[in-house]
Design a protein around this ligand. Structure first.
Ligand code: ADP
Ligand code: MG
Length: 284
């Protein structure tokens, strides 16, 4: 029976790695979502380029593009689109991606940082935080603040439907974890009707929050985590049911996940739970 449940799920683009996960899906009571690319479209647009005094927009965007051209993060994609071409990478060296923070790269011997406030704060670089609505990418070169790119992401229309459906199905807690700012997290949580949200988390802190939620779940119930696979493989691996979503998923995420959604629609989750529950009803 569980095999036929797995078959039914796969025909809907929901790949379940084993019957134990289908059974666990039927008992999910807490669902934890990653934000970027999971609840939001993850296709950002640069909406403002706010330069520091004496810096041109072109210079700022060029530095940002140099830092971001090697990253697969949705933020990086949007910056490359705003830049409009591929920068000359021949003098680019010592590239490193600091998950949950941003990028550090060396170009012509200068150190470029591009990422969130935390990245610059940790490097002790003085700057003023931008108050506009959106995700901010702050840029600094050799310890000097150059400016900030303001980036807008949109909530997927399907997210709202999915959360409402999960509540109807009796899921008692929906939660969002994000590395993004509190302001963004609170606005999205309110819009979607999520029960809780935690912001400014590094990947390791996402695992900690997940463990706390896991310890607090009702006896006999399961916790699911849903992510797009960018920076969240450790959380996917830690959940009772790790659900990886969409085409962006990295190999590491597909490896770490228990359930893989072929499309990036959160509403596939209540659908998967329906199949799991129906299968369970037949099996028992
Ligand atoms: P989320 O938790 O929303 O899925 P991530 O964990 O992928 O987001 O990233 C958290 C934060 O780290 C982002 O909101 C951004 O501020 C920063 N960040 C991550 N990767 C990059 C990047 N390539 N360029 C700039 N900032 C980044
Ligand atoms: Mg993410």
């Amino acid at each position: 029976t569980f095999f036929s449940g797995i078959g039914a799920a796969s025909r809907k683009g929901i790949l379940v790695k084993g019957s134990n996960y289908l059974e666990a899906l039927a008992q999910v009571d807490t669902i934890v979502f990653d934000k970027t690319g999971t609840l939001t479209k993850g296709t950002f647009n640069v909406t403002n380029i706010a330069t520091a005094a004496g810096v041109s927009k072109d210079t700022l965007l060029h530095y940002a593009a140099l830092a971001e051209c090697g990253s697969r993060h949705p933020i990086a994609t949007s910056i490359m689109e705003a830049y409009g071409s591929t920068p000359d990478r021949s003098e680019l060296a010592a590239y490193c991606e600091k998950s949950g923070r941003g990028i550090c790269a060396t170009w012509q011997g200068k150190e470029i940082l591009a990422g969130n406030a935390r990245l610059l704060q940790e490097a002790a670089i003085p700057f003023t935080e931008n108050e506009e609505t959106g995700t901010k990418v702050y840029v600094a070169v050799d310890g000097t603040y150059m400016g900030c790119l303001v980036i807008a992401d949109e909530v997927k229309e399907d997210s709202q439907k999915a959360i409402a459906e999960l509540k109807k199905k009796g899921v008692s807690q929906t939660v969002m974890l994000t590395g993004d700012s509190k302001a963004i997290a609170t606005a999205i949580a309110k819009k979607l009707g999520l029960d809780k949200c935690f912001a400014q988390l590094l990947p390791a802190e996402k695992v900690e929050r997940l463990e706390e939620l896991d310890a607090a779940k009702k006896p006999g119930k399961k916790l699911a985590f849903v992510g797009d696979g960018i920076n969240d493989a450790p959380v996917l691996a830690r959940a009772d049911v790790g659900i990886a979503m969409g085409a962006l998923g990295s190999d590491a995420a597909i490896e770490a996940a228990d359930v893989i959604l072929m499309t990036d629609e959160p509403s596939k989750i209540p659908e998967a739970m329906n199949i799991a529950k129906a299968t369970r009803a037949i099996a028992t």
